[in-house]
Write a protein that binds this ligand. Structure first.
Ligand SMILES: *Cc1c(COP(=O)(O)O)cnc(C)c1O
Length: 411
C-alpha cells in the first residue's frame, strides 16, 4: 500500500471507519439501514446530497461504497460501486464494450465469468482469448489492436496460480490499440467516449483487499464477489467494482443505475459490519491456511499441496512480493485419484462439503465434480484439475481442530 495515501489511516482503521460517520440525525454510531425507495424533495428537482431514488443512490450503500474504495486504495478521484452479485458487477463492466471488441482472460477464470462472456454476451460478437497469464510472453502474444479488456484472477481458482499484475500492466501499456470503432455520440452520455487503451481488470475475490490492492499496481478496475471474503459469513450474495479513475467511475455508475443490479440496504449494512473485521478475519484465514498447508505437505496420503505460501509453489517468490500474506485457499491432490478424495470429502466433520469460499467456517469441495464440472474433462486436464484435486477454504476455527478433522478424514 502506497505510504502517504491513507486518507483514513492504516488498513485496520479504514476497515472500521472509512466511509462512515455518526448518523447526523441521532448520532447513531452505526450507519442506519435506509430501507427506503425514494427521498422527499424540497422543491421539484431539489434533493438532499443527490438522493432522489434508491436505485441511483442509497445512504447505506454510499457508506459501503466509500468503505470499499478506501480498502482498495482508490485515491481521491476513485470510487467503489456495489452490486447485487459479483456477476452483476461483471455485467456492468461488459456493458462498456462494443461489438467485435477483443477480451483477454486468464485461462482458469471463475466458471461464471467465462459463461457470461461465452453465452450471455455471445450475440455481441466479442472475440475472447484465454491465456496462461503466468507467462507474460503469452499475454503479449495474444494482444490485438482491438483488445479493450484484459481480465485476470490472482490467485486463481482452483489452481491458485499467481499472476504478476504489474507485469500484465506493462504488457497492456505496450500494446498498440486501434482507434475504437462504433457509433460515438454525445447522446450516449458517458458511454459515448471510446475506450482508447485496453482496461486491465483484476478479480480480487480470492485475495481480498487485505492481501493486495491491484489498483496500486496498475489495474484500472478491481472486481469482488463480496459473497466471499468481504461478506465473510456465508450469508449474502453481492459484488463490487472499484476504480481510481473518475471518468471510468462515471461510466460504471451510469450503467449501474441504468441496468439496476443494485443490492438492498440490509445487505449493504451487513457488508459494512463484515468489513469492520476483514483484517482480523483475513489474518486468521492466512495463519490457519499456512499451518494446514505445511502439515498437509508432510502427509503420506497427499501427493501435492498447492498454496502460494509454500516454497514449492511455482510463483511463491512473486506471491511474496505481490501479496501481504498468502490467503485462506489451499488445493491438494490426494494420492490415488477420485475414490480416496471422495472418501476424504465424505469423512470430514468440521469442514463442510459445499461450494463457495471465504466464510468464517471451513469448506471443502471437489472441483472436478462440483465447481468445475462444466469444464470438459480434457480442458480440466490441461488446467491441471486432477480427479484427486480437493479445494479447501480454510475458516477461522481453531487450527488444531481443523488439522485433527483432516487427519481423521485421511486416515
Ligand atoms: C464467486 C465468484 C465470482 C462470482 O460472484 P457471485 O457473487 O457469485 O456472483 C466471481 N469471481 C470469483 C473469483 C468468484 O469466486
Amino acid at each position: 500500500m502506497a505510504e502517504g495515501q491513507e486518507p483514513h489511516g492504516k488498513f485496520a482503521t479504514r476497515c472500521i471507519h472509512a466511509g462512515q460517520s455518526p448518523d447526523p440525525t441521532t448520532g447513531a454510531i452505526m450507519t442506519p439501514v435506509y430501507m427506503t425507495s425514494t427521498f422527499v424533495q424540497a422543491s421539484p428537482g431539489v434533493f438532499k446530497d443527490g438522493y432522489d431514488y434508491a436505485r441511483s443512490k442509497n445512504p447505506t450503500r454510499t457508506a459501503l461504497e466509500a468503505n470499499l474504495a478506501a480498502l482498495e486504495d482508490a485515491g481521491p478521484e476513485g470510487a467503489g460501486l456495489v452490486f447485487s452479485s459479483g456477476l452483476a458487477a461483471m455485467d456492468c463492466v461488459l456493458h462498456q464494450l462494443r461489438a467485435g471488441d477483443h477480451v483477454v482472460l486468464s485461462d482458469d477464470v471463475y466458471g461464471g465469468t467465462f459463461r457470461q462472456l461465452d453465452k450471455v454476451y455471445r450475440h455481441l460478437g466479442l472475440d475472447v482469448t484465454r491465456v496462461d497469464m503466468t507467462n507474460l510472453d503469452l499475454v503479449r502474444g495474444v494482444m490485438k489492436p482491438t483488445t479493450r479488456l484484459v481480465w485476470l484472477e490472482t490467485p486463481s481458482n482452483p489452481m491458485l496460480k499467481v499472476i504478476d499484475i504489474a507485469g500484465v500492466k506493462r504488457v497492456v501499456e505496450g500494446a498498440s490499440p486501434a482507434p475504437a470503432p462504433g457509433v460515438r455520440s454525445a447522446e450516449l452520455g458517458p458511454l459515448g467516449a471510446p475506450i482508447e487503451k485496453p482496461l486491465l481488470l483484476v478479480d480480487n475475490t480470492f485475495a481480498s483487499p487485505y492481501l493486495q490492492n491491484p489498483l496500486t499496481q496498475g489495474a484500472d478496475i478491481v472486481l469482488h464477489s463480496c459473497t466471499k471474503y468481504i461478506g465473510g459469513h456465508s450469508d449474502l450474495v453481492a459484488g463490487a467494482l472499484v476504480t481510481r479513475s473518475a471518468a471510468l467511475a462515471e461510466r460504471l455508475r451510469y450503467v449501474q443505475n441504468a441496468v439496476g443490479a443494485v443490492p438492498g440496504a440490509m445487505d449493504c449494512f451487513m457488508m459494512l459490519r463484515s468489513t469492520k473485521t476483514l483484517h482480523v478475519r483475513m489474518q486468521r484465514h492466512c495463519d490457519n491456511a499456512m499451518g494446514i498447508a505445511q502439515w498437509l505437505e508432510k502427509h503420506p496420503r497427499i501427493e501435492k499441496v498447492i498454496y502460494p505460501g509454500l516454497a514449492s509453489h511455482p510463483q511463491h517468490a512473486l506471491a511474496a512480493r505481490q501479496m501481504r500474506a498468502f490467503g485462506g485457499m489451499i488445493s491438494v491432490v490426494v494420492k490415488g485419484g477420485l475414490a480416496p478424495s471422495r472418501r476424504m470429502l465424505e469423512r470430514v466433520r468440521l469442514f463442510s462439503l459445499a461450494e463457495s469460499l471465504g466464510g468464517v467456517e471451513s469448506l471443502i469441495e471437489h472441483p472436478a465434480i462440483m465447481t468445475h464440472a462444466s469444464i470438459p474433462a480434457e480442458a480440466r486436464r490441461v488446467l491441471g484439475i486432477d480427479d484427486g484435486l480437493v479445494r479447501l477454504s480454510v475458516g477461522i476455527e481453531d487450527a488444531g481442530d481443523l488439522v485433527a478433522d483432516l487427519e481423521r478424514a485421511l486416515s
